[in-house]
Design a protein around this ligand. Structure first.
Ligand SMILES: *Cc1c(COP(=O)(O)O)cnc(C)c1O
Length: 431
């Protein structure tokens, strides 16, 4: 796989370099030169394939850097959990990406990236230290994804007292190669500490640091797999397909766009956001205006400067008209989100997390606007059990808490309490 930077000021790289660098030095994003179209025969027989089988075909078409058998193992191990496609009502379906170890869709990216990195590290016989700041979901997916990965140590920085109890337990109870630093500060402090460490040559000389940032190409690729799977499950209906994606940094939606580029027939994507509506606004006005993020109950989408925007542009050949013909923007505030959570539970008995509710609402509105001849899929991105505190009591009571989350809650938290001064992190990293 050969990749370029969207800013065109950094050299081209292969997959391995893109994965370990994360970001090109020119601050662009890595994009593959070639996103191949899959053969018609693949789509003709797709309903006969399992998720793992079709994902392997997709991965093998994109990635030539890894022997086929090994790539197959990486893909199969990544996808070792259920991905149900459920009919919620009428022509509306949920694609549930919430049954991985951390119960958020970020499991797909984190699990694929960790296995890819372990493969490359094995080749070079080296070790790396993943350093990541988290406000919640990313940290637990990364921690779970890299748990016991050969050659990898993981250090997670999280703001003390500012993540939910269940999220904190997910971060602090794994042990082995995962260390949680509980920072006396906020999420911005955690991010600043991580950035400072990456720029500190005294540290990077001694410690092989790597990030698990959400813009990493290794997190993007597996986020295309499940779009094919939803298509395969609903192909028999014979109607054009709409995907509604609850979005923050737009990595998940980019996965869908890659699938579409590879030939997946998609009628329209819905970019569904909370009050942080930079992209829906852009789709209306043509002006991309990042701003400070606003806090909402769908906090994993509280992004004021969506960092995959250059990839959205690139995939649509930087043509605004192409993008607006393909993506519809929808945004909802917390009141609307809560209303939707309650209505869908009352009418159809379906419990969702707040992010998922936004995607549902965007889809439902769009299907009504467009008429009936479509089938719609909304992506369920986190298990409602992770957001019990923002759900109505009736819904919260009905949610079955997954077994591994129940186990995690019983475990003893183990973290290292640390100030928000860089010197303390440096001492820790060099120890
Ligand atoms: C990260 C996240 C999102 C947003 O995904 P992006 O790829 O950043 O757009 C949506 N829902 C949940 C639950 C998440 O954790």
């Amino acid at each position: 796989m050969k990749l370029y930077s969207t800013n065109h000021q950094s050299p081209d790289v292969d997959l391995k370099e893109a994965v370990f660098r994360g970001l090109p030095q020119d601050n662009g994003l890595y994009m593959p030169y070639n996103i191949p179209r899959l053969p018609d025969s693949f789509f003709q027989n797709i309903e006969q394939l399992s998720l793992q089988e079709m994902a392997f075909e997709v991965a093998a078409a994109l990635i030539q850097d890894i022997p086929k058998e090994r790539l197959k193992k990486i893909v199969y191990d990544t996808l070792a959990f259920e991905v149900p496609v459920l009919n919620v009502h009428d022509n509306i379906y949920a694609l549930e990406l919430i049954h991985g170890p951390s119960h958020a869709f970020k499991d797909f990216g984190a699990r694929f990236m960790s296995r890819l990195m372990s493969y490359f590290l094995e080749q070079d016989k080296r070790e790396i230290n993943i350093l990541v700041a988290t406000s919640g979901d990313t940290g637990s997916a990364v921690a779970q994804g890299f748990y016991q990965a050969p050659g990898v140590k993981v250090t997670i920085l999280y703001p003390s007292g500012k993540v939910s109890e269940i999220q904190e337990k997910q971060l602090t109870t794994l042990g082995h190669n995962v260390t949680a630093l509980e920072i006396q500060g906020n999420f911005d402090d955690c991010q600043r500490l991580v950035k400072t460490a990456f720029l500190d040559t005294e540290v990077t000389k001694h410690v092989n640091l790597s990030s698990a940032n959400s813009i990493n190409i290794a997190r993007l690729i597996p986020q295309s797999f499940y779009y094919f799977y939803a298509y395969a499950k609903l192909k028999h209906i014979g109607k054009p397909l709409v995907f509604s994606v609850p979005s923050g940094n737009f990595g998940n939606l980019c996965g869908g766009l890659i699938a579409q580029r590879m030939g997946l027939p998609v009628y329209r994507f819905i970019a569904a956001t909370n009050a942080n509506d930079v992209i829906p606004r852009y789709l209306k006005t043509g002006q991309f205006e990042p701003k400070q993020s606003a806090q909402t109950i769908s906090n994993a989408m509280d992004v004021g400067s969506p960092n995959n925007f250059p990839r959205l542009e690139e995939i649509h050949d930087k043509e605004f008209a192409k993008m607006t013909a393909n993506i519809v923007g929808k945004s909802y505030d917390d009141t609307q989100t809560t209303e939707t959570l309650n209505t869908v539970f009352q009418e159809y008995g379906y419990a969702m997390c707040p992010h998922t509710a936004i995607a549902y609402r965007g889809l439902n509105e769009f299907l009504k606007e467009e008429g009936k001849n479509l089938v719609g899929v909304f992506l369920a991105t986190a298990h409602p059990a992770k957001f019990l505190d923002v759900l109505d009591e009736k819904i919260a009571k009905a949610v079955v808490i997954p077994e591994n989350l129940q186990q995690v809650m019983k475990k003893q938290k183990e973290s290292i309490l640390m100030s928000n001064r860089y010197e303390d992190l440096k001492t820790f990293l060099l120890a």
